[in-house]
Structure formats: C-alpha cells, structure tokens
Design a protein around this ligand. Structure first.
Ligand code: KIV
Ligand code: NA
Length: 265
C-alpha cells in the first residue's frame, strides 16, 4: 500500500475524509492497526501509563520511547508513525526540541513528532519544521501539564475558547501539519476546525473535527477500571485474555493440557 504522508492529511481535510489514529507501543499492535487501515499511529507518552506502569506521563523519557517507536516504525507499511516528545525534552527551547526530534527520526525512524502546547511551543515547532521534520501539535488538555492545569479537565470552555483558538492558530502558523485537540467542548472544536487549514484530530473533542484518535488500550478494553467518557470501547480484550489465562491454568492443574497432540513423539 502507498504510505500515508502529511499531504494526505491535508487532502483528507479538503475532501472531508475523516482521518483515523490510534496509539501503539509495540510491533504486534502496530501491524494489526496498520493492516486494518488506520492512517497514523502515535507512539504516545501514554506508554507511561500503559507500558511502564507510571501514574502519569511525566516520568517518561526519550530513551524509553525510542525503542517503542522503532518497533512501531518497523512494523508498518502504510500508516504514518508519530513519535510523542515526552515532558522535559523540548520545553527549554528550539535547540533542545530539534535535538529531540532528530533523535526520534534518526534512532527510531519515526515519520513525524508530536509535542504539547500552542503559543508556548510556537518557536519549538517552527525550528523542528524548518529542519524538514513534520510536527503534529497538541492543545486543549495537555497531560504533561496536568499539575499546572489542576487535573484532568475539559479545556477551552467559556472565555478559554479564545485562548484555545489562539493556540491552534499558533501551531498552524509554526508549520505543523495537524493538531490534536484533547478534551475540548465539541462546539469549540468545531470552530477551531473551521478556522484552520490544517486538520484537527480530536480525542474527546466531539464529531466536528477532521479526524479521531484514541489510546488503543482504552478503545480495545485492555485498561483496568474506568475509561474517559469520550471513549467507545470496541472490545473487551482484558476480559478475553483473563478468560484465556484462567482456562490455561485450570487445564494445567487438571492435566488436560498438554494433550497428546501437543506432545512430540
Ligand atoms: O500520549 C498519548 O496517547 C497522546 C494522545 C492521547 C493525544 O498524546
Ligand atoms: Na501524549
């Protein structure tokens, strides 16, 4: 299949074709999502919660995400692979941001990078883009600043809608090829989407955006406990795996596994 490029994101918006994205942190899920036709895979710093067992994304390092990104990039034949720049790897300034982006491109063969922040990250995005590296922006609720934002909260309500639009325009002006809108009111996301020429990718931003992104462990029912309101759970993989494990254990205990057909003469 023909690889998805950043120009396809632009074309999709112009033609009104929705863009689909999922997170992926390993080769097997990357293969499955790629073969199913998902347009882009985000190696998110949500790996902090879903791979490394941290409570937030804050402790995640570039060194931790590079091997995961490399595995995903090697697995895909079509999907565009976006590497998430973790907390502390770009805030110091454009030089630091470019160094980090180069590492993801060079050491992990990512196709693009993502970083959080609108106006505050304008210089960083601009520098990375000027080096020929595609950037996906990320505004609204930005998990790396959850302590500054006062927890997991909807962003862009009421008067904050103007700041959200300013952030979106800053990301676009800096040269990003797309922007993630996380946990913003659907009406505000619709306005931002209309105001921008680059596609908006919603995660908890309602239907009037140019694409949808979900954390794969949420959408497939792997996560323990509650998932956010905006997630539709398409499978119960945790239940399926739990049943399989319990059956395996019971079969070993009862002596019904291995059976003769599983044994070598
Ligand atoms: O790390 C991640 O999974 C993300 C998406 C939820 C936007 O940044
Ligand atoms: Na992230």
């Amino acid at each position: 299949p023909k690889r998805v490029r950043t120009r396809h994101f632009h074309n999709a918006k112009v033609q009104g074709i929705p863009i689909t994205g999922l997170t992926s942190y390993d080769m097997l899920t990357a293969q499955i999502f790629d073969q199913a036709g998902i347009d882009f895979l985000l190696v998110g710093d949500s790996a902090g919660n879903n791979v490394f067992g941290y409570e937030t994304t804050l402790p995640v390092t570039v060194d931790e995400l590079i091997p995961l990104t490399r595995a995903v990039a090697r697995a895909v034949t079509r999907a565009l692979v976006v590497a998430d720049m973790p907390f502390g790897s770009y805030e110091s300034g454009p030089d630091q941001a470019l160094s980090t982006a180069v590492r993801f491109m060079k050491e992990a063969q990512a196709h693009a990078v993502k970083l959080e922040g609108g106006v505050r990250s304008h210089k960083q995005i601009k520098r990375i883009v000027s080096a020929g590296i595609p950037v996906m922006g990320h505004i609204g609720f930005t998990p790396q600043s959850e302590h500054g934002l006062g927890g997991h909260m909807i962003q862009g309500r009421g008067e904050a809608a103007e700041q959200l639009l300013a952030d979106a325009l800053a990301v676009q002006e800096a040269g990003a090829f797309a922007v993630v809108l996380e946990m913003v009111p659907a009406t505000v996301a619709a306005e931002v989407t209309k105001a921008l020429s680059i596609p908006t990718i919603g995660v908890g931003a309602g239907p009037s955006v140019d694409g949808q992104l979900l954390v794969w462990t949420d959408f497939a029912g792997m996560t323990e406990g509650r998932v956010p309101r905006f997630v539709r759970q398409y499978a119960d993989l945790r239940g399926v795996l739990t049943d399989a494990v319990q059956q395996f254990r019971a079969d070993v205990n009862s002596g019904s596994y291995p059976a003769p057909e599983h044994s070598y003469e």
